[in-house]
Design a protein around this ligand. Structure first.
Ligand code: PLP
Length: 387
């Protein structure tokens, strides 16, 4: 690509307020973060992270990770099918199988890679892939490589059913347990019923750890079993407060992906120390129901306070609570105003989402007072933005 083109594009992004850059931030206990903005470092209330259960700053888990780094090191030294699959990977795989009630699991370097691997392997050349319109970029990108792919209306079973009945070829359905930008969920029992014999693939990145008995996920919360899905995908970077992703399912399905998925075969295995940490975290997540209860309490409190203040919320009952904004400019201005008041909430704008919003994410680490401060400041910021 020509450098002149790159410079033009960068300038255009700046002009259109679409230029993206990393903010230098550091998570702190208690749902806070430290950030340096315009050369000034200060603490903020963090309503933008995915640490739904508040485990990222847990000192016991950090100690386990440090001990594992000493014992096993950071390097897996190879891809899983060469020399990268260690006893600690086996132990994590077994733990995940028992937790979710599946036969087998594949560990991948990220949730993004896991989604790519899942769709690469499980959607054949002749299949028609039916994807919910709001599915994550990792699924959309994988879908773009498929010869036959359609998107059905978001969480709309009628739209799905119409496409299924019109299809001239075998179909595969892919959706999410909790949608990352709207925070809502499909009616999974009805979706599985609508699908009938058609395989359903579920991305549960935002459901795992947070919903269902022992935090098994959105499908468990809706009374389903892992076997209702041909494959489950989730990641370790959100409620599980680590990094990486995985695919889970029956022996046949996982073995098939193992043979086919280039993201698995040709990529360095997860760090052994990280695998030890994730296993310990899963054990904590399973037993510490109080974290899920606290998060649910925070979600209910946030929604009650927001409704009293007439804030425009979506119908989400998850930790993701979007507050809708009149425009991208308003979203940016309000987010900026909140930052000045020590509150970190990202503005999410088109093309990432169809309509601009502040994407508030809640954690078990937040206290009621934090939510009160957020709502009060948000109300004031909206008034100042003349909304
Ligand atoms: C729904 C969903 N799927 C997949 C991913 C990708 O996971 P990871 O960040 O582990 O690559 C994310 C988040 O980032 C997500 O929100």
């Amino acid at each position: 690509m020509q450098l002149t083109y790159m410079r033009q594009l960068l300038a255009q992004k700046q002009q259109q307020s679409l230029y993206r850059a990393e903010a230098v931030t550091e998570p702190l206990p208690g749902g806070r973060l430290r950030a340096t903005v315009d050369g000034i470092t200060r603490q903020y209330l963090n309503f933008s992270g995915n640490d739904y259960l508040g485990l990222s700053a847990d000192s016991q888990l950090r100690q386990i990770y440090a001990d594992a780094a000493l014992c096993y090191g950071a390097a897996s030294t190879g891809s899983p099918l060469v020399t990268g699959y260690h006893p600690v990977h086996q132990a994590l795989t077994d733990e995940l199988c028992e937790w979710l009630g599946v036969d087998d699991v594949l560990l991948l370097s990220s949730g993004f890679a896991a989604n790519q691997a899942m769709l690469q392997a499980l959607v054949g050349e002749q299949d028609l892939l039916l994807l919910d319109k709001l599915c994550h970029a990792s699924m959309i990108d994988a879908a773009m490589h498929k010869p036959h792919f359609q998107r059905f209306l978001h969480n709309d079973l009628q739209s799905l059913s119409q496409r299924l009945s019109k299809a001239q070829q075998p179909c595969v359905i892919a959706t999410e347990g909790v949608f990352s930008m709207d925070g809502d969920s499909p009616d999974l029992a009805m979706l599985v019923k609508t699908a009938g014999e058609t395989p359903v693939l579920l991305d549960d990145a935002h459901g795992i750890g947070v919903q269902g008995a022992e935090g098994a996920g959105s499908w468990a919360a809706q009374g389903l079993k892992a076997q209702h899905f041909q494959c489950l995908m989730a990641n370790f970077g959100k409620a599980l407060a680590a990094q990486g992703g995985f695919l889970a399912g029956s022996s046949d399905v996982i073995d098939f992906i193992r043979q086919q998925a280039r993201h698995y075969i040709y990529s360095t295995a997860l760090s052994p120390a990280l695998s030890v940490l994730i296993r310990a975290t899963v054990q904590r997540v399973r037993t510490e129901q109080w974290r899920r209860d606290k998060l649910q309490e925070n979600i209910a409190t946030f929604r009650a306070l927001a409704s009293d203040s007439h804030l425009p919320l979506l119908a989400s009952h998850s930790a993701i609570q979007p507050v809708m904004m009149a425009s991208s400019e308003v979203a940016l201005a309000v987010s900026q105003r909140l930052k000045e008041q020590g509150i970190w909430v990202s503005a999410i704008r088109p093309p990432t989402v169809p309509t601009a919003r502040l994407r508030v994410t809640l954690s078990a680490a937040h206290q009621v007072e934090d939510l009160q401060v957020l709502i009060g400041t948000l109300q004031q910021a909206l008034q100042e933005a003349n909304v």
